[in-house]
Design a protein around this ligand. Structure first.
Ligand SMILES: Cc1cc2nc3c(=O)[nH]c(=O)nc-3n(C[C@H](O)[C@H](O)[C@H](O)COP(=O)(O)OP(=O)(O)OC[C@H]3O[C@@H](n4cnc5c(N)ncnc54)[C@H](O)[C@@H]3O)c2cc1C
Length: 311
């Protein structure tokens, strides 16, 4: 039986591990954090209901249901009606559930750097991937996602976003508490950070990569944040990366096929997403009368041009 090492027990590494194990591979997951810390990464975990095509969720993992997003442009508010609707998940509970149900071996070991005893090695080790670096590949571009949680009950079904200098800020009602966050370049965030009164705030941050980096190798590959694949307009990675992981499992262990499948599916979505993002912010900031106040919107695979201009 072929032996597979997956480095990183985030949502994507664990999903990939369980799918490959079901396909008959002998999978071992290596995680550098302890079991107490592994689910605690800074992430809003707001995902469309497409997540249910990949993961089974208990009710206790779902913190809130979100149907709409209010975008606050300079002179106008626009409501995006999410289609499909979104769920706010408790990331820590989800990761712990996936670990508890795992039928494969998980090794919590912070110092393991060599995986040569395995037939295949998958780097699912996040934005700052050690495996990507050890293959000599360049880093993707990074922004930083910062989130702050506040004890305040809000069960409403609408998130709010507003453009910042090179990114955006958000508000997410999470039922028993609310979350404020910002996705920005490191430089812009540093400037704002100095002016900010941080006393007593429950805050955390992490890198958000943007790119699509896939090694040309027969033994090693990458998946998830390690490849840099996130939605260009939001930095959301989970749904796109679950598709990426599914492509990896379907083509495994033919990494050439995996690369071409991922590129074929995502390349134009990334380019289109980058262009659409700029156009939406330009039109929203300067010509907002062109935009309807309500738009039905698929936040994973949008057709923004079709819905943007007022009919
Ligand atoms: C503030 C913020 C908010 C976000 N909100 C959303 C959102 O609402 N919706 C959404 O879809 N996406 C969101 N994202 C993005 C999302 O968090 C990521 O795209 C997704 O979690 C990536 O999953 P992953 O499993 O690839 O990586 P990770 O979740 O980063 O998991 C990688 C794992 O690898 C481990 N690891 C790292 N190095 C090593 C090593 N050398 N050896 C062993 N283990 C290692 C890490 O400890 C970690 O457990 C957000 C990101 C941030 C920063």
């Amino acid at each position: 039986m072929k032996k597979v090492a997956i480095v990183g027990a985030g949502i994507i590494g664990l999903y990939t591990a369980s799918s490959l194990q079901k396909k008959g591979f002998e999978v071992t997951v290596f995680e550098k954090e302890s079991l107490e810390k592994v689910g605690k990464k800074s992430c809003s975990t707001l995902v469309s209901k497409r997540v249910l095509d990949f993961l089974s969720l208990d009710e206790e993992i779902i913190e809130n249901r979100i149907n709409k997003c209010l975008i606050k442009f300079k002179n106008k508010d626009v409501v995006l009606e999410f289609n499909p609707f979104h769920l706010v998940l408790n990331r820590e509970k989800l990761v712990l559930k996936m670990i508890k149900e795992a039928q494969f071996k998980i090794v919590f070991e912070s110092r393991k750097t060599s995986f040569e005893e395995f037939d295949y090695i998958i780097g699912a080790d996040g934005a700052n991937s050690f495996i990507r670096k050890s293959l000599g590949l360049k880093d993707p571009k990074f922004k930083v996602g910062l989130k702050i949680e506040k004890d305040l009950k809000d069960n409403s079904d609408i998130t709010i976003t507003e453009k910042s200098k090179n990114g955006f800020a958000w508000y997410i009602p999470k039922g028993d508490y609310v979350e404020y966050g910002i996705l920005e370049t490191k430089e812009n965030l540093k400037q704002a950070w100095r002016k900010f009164d941080k006393k007593g705030l429950n805050m955390s941050f992490a890198l958000v990569p943007q790119g699509l980096i896939l090694p040309k190798d027969k033994k090693y590959t990458l998946v998830g944040d390690a490849t840099g694949l996130t939605k260009p307009w939001s930095g959301g990675g989970i749904i796109w990366q679950l598709y990426e992981a599914r492509f990896l499992v379907e083509t495994f262990p033919d990494f050439k096929k995996y690369n071409s499948r991922v590129k074929k599916f995502f390349f134009f979505k990334i380019i289109k997403g980058r262009i659409a993002n700029r156009i939406v912010h330009f039109v929203g900031g300067n010509l907002s009368f062109l935009i309807p106040s309500k738009i039905k919107y698929d936040n994973d695979f949008p057709n923004i041009f079709a819905s943007l201009v007022k009919k």
